[in-house]
Design a protein around this ligand. Structure first.
Ligand code: ADP
Ligand code: MG
Length: 280
């Protein structure tokens, strides 16, 4: 492969969920969460996947992470198929890491920050040889803007922004090439959001990462993305550069999302749903 081949290729992905509720005819309800999504992420690119709640973004992420199995379609990482997480070779498990929305629930409150990070190395010991771990820990914490002392503390003693830095450090501990961030800043105050977004952009450059950055918030997209893919009801409706999207959105749905995010009239808050009604 050449350097211009995509890191991640998603082709015609389809995921349906069968609900527990029985319909009147006795069949199960089916939600087509992802309905034919194809996208590529290039080396060292930040691709934002954006859309309102329920449009299927997290389901795409969970497929990339091997936590959900699609009924149809393929996902490849540097040309190699990405199957269920427990069937991935160690090298692929390591190469694709995630940062979730709520570090409060994804970081074990009974463990110290240091032990949370070291846990990753128990599964993949070759990433950080034991003689180098103390130094690697120091580097990792510094890279995410935390001082060394944080290693001895528990997540509950930290602020939301610090906890999200710990989540990022834990992901980076395995030296991934692709980071999947699902609403990674959505629970944070706007000023803290900007700090974390700047950190991700810096880490993308210094660690040569590709990032699949999932958010419902276009204001966030503007701060971080190289390219943007817009989802609606399980389908991609627009895929373009971030610059194009904000200066010249071609799809009416994207125009609606922008109107919702930026409240162009300056008068009222407009939700995604209201904006959609205005344009349909
Ligand atoms: P988003 O992340 O864009 O908010 P999701 O991918 O979480 O969207 O959800 C897409 C659709 O799939 C929604 O209708 C959601 O209710 C449904 N869904 C997601 N996960 C499951 C699941 N495990 N079981 C049943 N339905 C699900
Ligand atoms: Mg989601």
């Amino acid at each position: 492969m050449t350097s211009s081949d995509p890191v991640l290729e998603i082709r015609d992905l389809r995921v349906a969920f069968h609900g527990p509720r029985r319909s009147l005819r006795g069949g199960r309800t089916i939600t087509q969460a992802v309905d034919g999504v194809s996208l590529d992420i290039q080396p060292q690119e930040i691709l934002a996947l954006v859309g309102e709640s329920g449009s299927g973004k997290s389901t795409v992420a969970r497929c990339v992470l091997g936590l959900v199995q699609p009924q149809e379609g393929t996902i490849t990482y540097e040309g190699r198929a990405l199957g269920p997480i427990d069937k991935r070779p160690a090298e692929l498990q390591r190469a694709v890491q995630m940062v979730f929305q709520d570090p409060g629930s994804s970081l074990n409150p009974r463990m110290t920050v240091g032990s949370i990070i070291r846990e990753a190395w128990k599964v993949h010991p070759a990433v950080a040889p034991s003689g180098e771990r103390r130094e690697t820990m120091r580097e990792l914490l510094a890279a995410v803007g935390l001082d060394e002392g944080v290693a001895a503390r528990r997540p509950t003693a930290l602020s939301g922004g610090q906890r999200q830095r710990v989540s990022i450090a834990r992901a980076l501990a395995l030296r991934p090439r692709l980071l999947v961030c699902d609403e990674a800043v959505s629970a944070l105050d706007v000023s803290v959001q900007s700090q974390i977004l700047r950190l991700l952009v810096e880490l993308q450059r210094t660690r040569e990462l590709s990032i699949l950055f999932i958010t419902h918030d276009l204001a966030v997209v503007r701060q971080i993305a190289d390219r943007v893919a817009v989802m609606r009801k399980g389908e991609l409706v627009e895929s373009t550069t971030a610059e194009q999207l904000f200066t010249n959105p071609t799809h009416r749905y994207t125009q609606g999302l922008l109107r919702a995010a930026y409240d162009l009239e300056g008068a009222v808050e407009v939700t995604f749903e209201e904006a959609r009604e205005q344009i349909s």
